[in-house]
Structures are given as structure tokens and as C-alpha cells.
Write a protein that binds this ligand. Structure first.
Ligand code: ATP
Ligand code: MG
Length: 751
């Protein structure tokens, strides 16, 4: 039992144990939400390393998000000990691909110092191409189209160009093809890879040089239902040595079809890997029975789905709540007052950390954010890119990108006049165009200007030239020279943090913020400080020897990634799916606001899903209504003990239009309670049991309970069958109730 490999089995059920210790070459675990798929996968990693004896560096684990990877690493680390988890090749597909490319990419002709073009970079490049070509296409649409092509594995040169096909192409398609080609050329020139390229290039690398992964013994993949075609290829290449693969997934939770995820990869796997051991997990450990059953009612409307059994291990619990409110702001106010009510009711068993508000689209967060703000409740945004989207942070990141890669024209264009250097939009555009039409980068052109080169095409005033030389070119060159050097009396190396410090001084960034944002410069400067902390944390957490796991290959020379800067920048770009700047170390409990997409795989005791109306979910622009239904299912199944769905009756555009309840809810809404959930003792103690927490004594709860429970009129007709809801209405609407009545109710029938 001292062996963690064994210990890990004891906490599992039979099916999970079979999956963890299976010696089948390929294992596929298809099971519903909360059945312990991720838990099982994590346990299997521990089992394989600790019991079977596979070296951590010979295991690849792919998760869907950076955040999920971090959590998994932590759990594996706890079970394994000795920091062995650090050697596992663990991350989402993009970050794994990036690491292989950084180490071996130059053998397929990649400049080793490649940068990553994130979504906004890609869009900016495409927007310029469209504009120059006078193509009337939305850059976002073009970007999505290109991304789809790449996800399927089509490079521009693969697009056939026979005369016949040319002739049958509509003008639009031809435009798209040409934009694609030019976009790709631009990326190459600036030595950038976009997110899709990371995967495409890694496939190329591993096809040509399988020895890069010749050490890999086994590959494990979470959230398999959302892999796309190119990720499937990558998985096969990772596992090419001995075809040992474990996947876990749930077709009902496939919600990335719009990003080319293909459910059919599931069936493809079973066909490509005959003899795959299929294991199903049928017990749900996450949620109260009533939450699970109502979620199932939603997903069961999909008649084409692959059916799986899923039974709750927990008790019935309180019913989910469905509520209609007047407006989006009333809805937000209700959500805030309801979460406070529940937390107070629970004594100190529940807190704001236990609450998540899951949104169909990030743009819905406005009302919620302001309602939370009014009440002084702290929150964090996931999937909303809140921190990295802030102007001052983006500017700093762009500076770092230019330091890392002077050829990054777009980043340079964005910072050229920040702080102000007397360079106008027109000049910047001129420089960009000049660079695009030549072999020089904007940086090189600027450098020439500053050296007084008279042949420069784009005209810049003498004054601006001087300021660019003194305020941009020289300081950045100085910083670049110092990388890796020892500085100061103690001889500490000039690292990432020192670099940012010097940058801030060279730019006089604080003064720049003061002049440009007199109203809120303090907040912005605080953000800059936070960015410094982030960099310091990154340096601390990133072991310089992290890449030692990569095999030394005779035919290939491995580039050691010994610079923090490119890694930090890659981390920043890839983290956009899960905000890492969230104030994690802080003790203050934070409510989570997240998109449903980014909430995949996670769970919270209390979940609110606002805006459940037609047009929001299903989204009015969504193509696949089944996928929208699955989204709602994913959202609902995140809840462990309390689930609230709500919908504003009136549209917030103020024209008096009414919102219809989402059709996905319509057939099942009678099953929901329309009052607040029941808070009698038995339920509270069940909640405590699920969460593994201590229930407070009743007296402690009453002391903490103020008369604060104002709730809007319930616009939803009372469900006559909902006796439980009705019986608790006194508590729910308790402002005018004497404290005594509350007390009797809370003690409840068997309490
Ligand atoms: P999703 O489909 O949403 O990703 P999942 O199938 O990956 O869900 P997990 O997140 O692994 O489910 O597990 C859900 C919860 O159930 C977790 O809190 C986990 O710790 C718990 N759990 C899983 N298996 C067991 C078990 N055998 N005994 C007790 N708790 C378990
Ligand atoms: Mg999971």
C-alpha cells in the first residue's frame, strides 16, 4: 500500500479500476459528465508511471485547456511525489506541439525563434490583406475559413489549381484562396506560426522525423470528443512507436464543432485501432440526482445521440431552479442576491469560490459584472481574456514580442506610437506596406531611417525619426544585447523580470500611463505591477531543465530552449483559453464568471446559467442546434449541488421585445422548481457530504443570517407539483418573516 500505484486503485469503482489498470494497447473510455473520466485518466497516468514503470518523460498527456493541464499536473504530482510529474509531456495539443517545434523545428526549415500569432494578430494581418486586395470579406470569417482548412490538413499549395477547378470557383472562393496564400506568406516572413500552424507543422515534423517521439511509450487524451482532424493525426504520430493510447470523452459534450472538432474521430479511432478496449463508467459522482436527471432530460431530446447509462451516486437533493426575471439587469441582481442568500444560509460551509456563472457568450457578462461590482463581490473571468486584453498589458506584451522577434511587424506597428512619438497612422500603414512589398521588416526599415538612410521610401519627419531612434530602437537593442548577461554587483543574470523592469524605465511607462489615462492610470499601473508578478511567478515555476525530457537524437540536433522570453510569450499566447492571471494566490474568495466553452471538465457546488432564451442558447448565429443543446447540457452538468437557470423576459435592447424561453428547456421546465431550493437540514448535510465539508451548527448559521433576502416577484407560474419549493417559500421570500419562522423551517422535518 506504500506504492501510490496501488493506493490509487482503492478510491475507484470497479469500472474505473479496470480502466486504470487495463493492459490493453488502446483504451477508450466513453462516459457521461461527472463519471470520473478525468479522474480515471489521471489515475491511469500515475498507475503507468508508478506501477508499470514507464518513465514520466515517455508519457504524453493532452488536455483541452492550459488550465486543465495545470490541474492535472498538480494532482499527478501529489500522487507521485518527487516532482516526477514535471517530466511528463503534459499540456494541450498546442503547447505540446510548440515544445517539439521549439526543440526540433529547424530540421523542417522552421526558424527556431518563431513566435506565435494569436487570434488578434491573425485577424490584423488578414484585415490588411483584404483591404489591400479590396476584398469585401469580414476578417473574422476569413480567419475561420483558413483555420478550418488547416484543421483538415490543407496547406495553401494543396489547394488544386487545375484550370477546370479555377473556372468553377466563384469569385468569393478565389478571393479566399488568395487571401489564404498571402496570409501564409506574411506569417512566414514575420516568422510567426498561428495556432493551427503549430499543429500542422508538428505533424510535418513528426512524419519526417519520427525519432523525435521514439521514446514515447504511451499517449493519454482527455476531452477526446473535441479533437479535430489534425489533432487526431498528431495523436497517431505521438503514439506511432507502440500504438498505446488511452482516450476519455463524451460525445454528448462535443461543443467545438465550430472549431472543426469532429465527433467522428471517435469512430475513426475504433476503426484505426481494432481491439480497443471500450470501458464505460456509469456512475455520476458529481451532482445531486435531480440536477443530473434534469440535465439528462435536456440531452435526451437529441434522438441521434450515442446512448450511455449514467446513474447518480448521490441523493435526490434540491431541484434545479428556473426563473424568469424582468430584464437582464434584474436577472443579474437576482443572481447576486440569491448567491448571497445561499452562502449565508450555509453558515460558512459555502463561499464565493463555490459559485460559477456560466455564459453562452462572453458579451453577456456586462450586467453580471456590474451587479457583482455593486455588491463588492470579487470575481474572476475565465475565457474572457480579461487581464491580457487590457491595453497596457497588450502594449507590454507587444514590446516583449518585438524584443524577442524584431521582425514581428504587427506587434511593432502597434507600439510604434505608444508612448506617443509623433508617428501617424498613415506613416505606420506606409511602413507596413513597404515591408510587405520588400524583403525587409519594418524594424529593419526603421533602423535604416535612424541611420539616416536617404533611400527610405516611407517618409518620416526628422523629429519622429529622432524619437524612434532614442525611444524605441536603441533601448530595445540594448535590452536584447543584455539577455543572458550577468548584471549588477551580485552578478544575477539579466532575466525576464529584469528585462521588463528596464523596459518600463526606458519607456517611462508610468509617465506614459499618467498622461494618456489621467482618470484611471493608477489602476493601469497596478495592472503593470501585476504583470511583473506574473512574469516572476513564471520564472519561478518554469524549470530551466523542463525540456530535458526531449530525447537526444543522433540525426537531429536539439535546440535547448534556454531563454525565458520566448517561453513566456508562448505561454501568454496559449493561455488565452484560461486566464492565468487570475488572483490565484489571493485568499479572498472569488466568484467565477466563465463561458460555457471554457467551463468544460470543471465543477462547482453552485452554478448559475443566465440568459437561457432562444437566440442566446441556441445562439442566433449558431449553425448546429444539436451542438447548442449539448452546450446547455455541459453547463448544467457542471453543478454539484445547486443549479439555477434564468431568463430575462424582456430583451435588453429596450424595444419591448420578449425573449422566449430556450426550446431546450421548454419540454422539461415543469421538472424544475421555481422557488429557491429547499434548505432544510437534511439537504444541507447532503451538500456537506458531496463536498466533503463540515456542516455548521444551526445556531452559527442563524447568527450569520441577516434579513436581506429580497427577491423579485416570480414571473414564472407556480408549478403546483412543486411542493418542496412552496414549502420553502417563507425562507426564500423571508424579508417579512419573523426570524422564528425561519428557524423552524430550517430545522426542517427530520432535522
Ligand atoms: P466531465 O465529463 O465533466 O469532464 P468527468 O467524467 O471527467 O466529467 P471527473 O471530473 O473526473 O468527471 O469527476 C467528477 C467528480 O467525481 C470529481 O469531483 C471526482 O473527484 C469525483 N469522483 C470521480 N470518481 C470517483 C470515485 N470513484 N469516488 C468518489 N469520487 C469520484
Ligand atoms: Mg473531465
Amino acid at each position: 500500500a506504500a506504492n501510490p500505484g496501488h493506493a490509487i486503485l482503492s478510491s475507484l469503482n470497479d469500472a474505473q479500476r479496470r480502466a486504470v489498470s487495463s493492459d490493453a494497447q488502446t483504451v477508450a473510455i466513453l462516459a457521461g459528465p461527472g463519471s470520473g473520466k478525468t479522474h480515471t485518466l489521471t489515475s491511469r497516468v500515475v498507475w503507468l508511471i508508478d506501477y508499470v514503470g514507464i518513465r514520466p518523460e515517455d508519457v504524453i498527456v493532452a488536455t483541452f485547456t492550459v488550465k486543465a493541464a495545470r490541474e492535472m499536473k498538480e494532482r499527478i504530482g501529489k500522487a507521485l511525489g518527487n516532482g516526477r510529474e514535471k517530466k511528463i509531456v503534459l499540456g494541450n495539443f498546442h503547447s505540446i506541439a510548440r515544445r517539439y517545434l521549439a526543440a526540433y523545428g529547424r530540421h523542417i526549415g522552421l526558424n527556431q525563434k518563431f513566435g506565435i500569432a494569436d487570434d488578434s494578430d491573425s485577424r490584423a494581418i488578414i484585415a490588411r490583406i483584404c483591404k489591400r486586395r479590396k476584398v469585401e470579406l469580414d476578417p473574422g470569417t476569413v480567419r475561420a475559413w483558413i483555420s478550418k482548412k488547416k484543421a483538415k490538413g490543407n496547406e495553401p499549395e494543396d489547394v488544386p489549381k487545375t484550370a477546370r477547378q479555377q473556372a468553377t470557383k466563384t469569385a468569393g472562393q478565389q478571393d479566399l484562396d488568395e487571401c489564404y496564400e498571402e496570409y501564409q506568406a506574411q506569417l512566414e516572413k514575420s516568422n510567426l506560426l498561428d495556432f493551427d500552424d503549430l499543429l500542422v507543422k508538428c505533424v510535418e515534423l513528426l512524419r519526417e522525423f519520427p525519432s523525435c517521439v521514439s521514446n514515447i511509450q504511451t499517449v493519454l487524451i482527455d476531452e477526446y470528443q473535441d479533437t479535430n482532424g489534425i489533432q487526431y493525426e498528431l495523436m497517431k504520430l505521438f503514439a506511432q512507436k507502440n500504438r498505446s493510447i488511452t482516450i476519455v470523452g463524451d460525445p454528448d459534450q462535443s461543443i467545438y464543432g465550430w472549431r472543426s472538432a469532429e465527433i467522428k474521430n471517435l469512430w475513426r479511432l475504433l476503426k484505426d485501432f481494432p481491439g480497443t478496449a471500450e470501458i464505460s463508467l456509469e456512475q455520476n459522482y458529481r451532482s445531486f440526482q435531480s440536477i443530473l436527471n434534469n440535465s439528462l432530460l435536456v440531452i435526451q431530446q437529441d434522438k441521434k445521440r450515442y446512448r450511455k447509462a449514467l446513474k447518480p451516486v448521490h441523493g435526490k437533493g434540491s431541484r434545479p431552479v428556473l426563473r424568469r426575471l424582468k430584464s437582464a439587469s434584474a436577472e443579474a441582481d437576482w443572481i447576486v442576491s440569491e448567491m448571497r442568500r445561499v452562502i449565508v444560509m450555509s453558515g460558512s460551509m459555502l463561499n464565493f469560490n463555490d459559485v460559477a456563472i456560466l455564459l453562452r457568450s462572453a458579451s453577456l457578462s456586462r450586467h453580471i459584472e456590474s451587479a457583482l461590482g455593486k455588491s463588492g463581490i470579487a470575481y474572476k473571468m475565465v475565457g474572457g481574456k480579461k487581464f491580457y486584453e487590457r491595453v497596457e498589458i497588450k502594449t507590454l506584451i507587444d514590446y516583449l514580442r518585438v524584443i524577442n522577434q524584431p521582425g514581428n511587424n504587427d506587434a511593432l506597428a502597434r507600439i510604434m506610437n505608444v508612448p506617443k512619438r509623433g508617428i501617424g497612422e498613415v506613416t505606420i500603414k506606409g511602413l507596413l506596406e513597404e515591408a510587405e512589398g520588400s524583403t525587409f521588416s519594418v524594424w529593419t526599415i526603421l533602423t535604416k531611417h535612424c541611420r539616416g538612410d536617404r533611400n527610405a521610401k516611407t517618409k518620416i519627419t526628422k523629429h519622429a525619426e529622432q524619437r524612434i531612434a532614442a525611444g524605441l530602437i536603441r533601448p530595445l537593442e540594448n535590452i536584447r544585447k543584455k539577455i543572458g548577461e550577468s548584471v549588477g554587483p551580485t552578478g544575477t543574470p539579466f532575466g525576464l523580470v529584469e528585462m521588463i523592469e528596464q523596459l518600463l524605465t526606458a519607456l517611462d511607462f508610468e509617465k506614459h500611463l499618467k498622461t494618456s489615462y489621467p482618470d484611471d492610470y493608477e489602476q493601469r499601473w497596478a495592472n503593470v505591477q501585476e504583470f511583473m508578478n506574473l512574469a516572476a511567478d513564471f520564472v519561478r515555476d518554469t524549470d530551466q531543465s523542463d525540456d530535458d525530457f526531449l530525447p537526444e537524437i543522433e540525426e537531429l540536433e536539439q535546440v535547448k530552449e534556454d531563454e525565458m522570453l520566448p517561453r513566456f510569450l508562448a505561454n501568454v499566447s496559449l493561455a488565452s483559453d484560461a486566464q492565468t492571471a487570475e488572483d490565484e494566490g489571493e485568499a479572498k474568495p472569488l466568484v467565477t464568471i466563465s463561458t460555457i466553452h471554457a467551463a468544460k471538465g470543471l465543477e462547482w457546488p453552485i452554478v448559475f446559467v443566465p440568459a437561457v432564451y432562444n437566440g442566446s442558447i441556441p445562439h442566433m448565429r449558431a449553425e448546429d442546434s444539436d451542438e447548442e443543446r449539448r452546450l446547455l447540457y455541459v453547463a448544467m452538468t457542471r453543478a454539484q449541488t445547486l443549479l439555477y437557470l434564468s431568463c430575462p423576459v424582456f430583451n435588453s435592447n429596450g424595444n419591448g421585445e420578449r425573449n422566449e424561453l430556450s426550446p431546450f428547456i421548454e419540454p422539461v421546465h415543469r421538472a424544475f422548481a421555481n422557488k429557491g431550493p429547499c434548505f432544510d437540514r437534511p439537504i444541507m448535510s447532503e451538500i456537506a457530504k458531496i463536498l466533503g465539508r463540515q456542516l455548521q451548527s444551526e445556531d452559527a448559521i442563524f447568527k450569520a443570517m441577516p434579513d436581506m433576502f429580497m427577491i423579485e416577484d416570480n414571473l414564472f407560474p407556480v408549478d403546483p407539483e412543486d411542493t418542496r419549493g412552496a414549502s420553502t417559500s417563507e425562507i426564500t421570500h423571508g424579508t417579512n418573516q419573523p426570524p422564528r419562522a425561519k428557524r423552524q423551517k430550517l430545522s426542517g422535518p427530520g432535522g
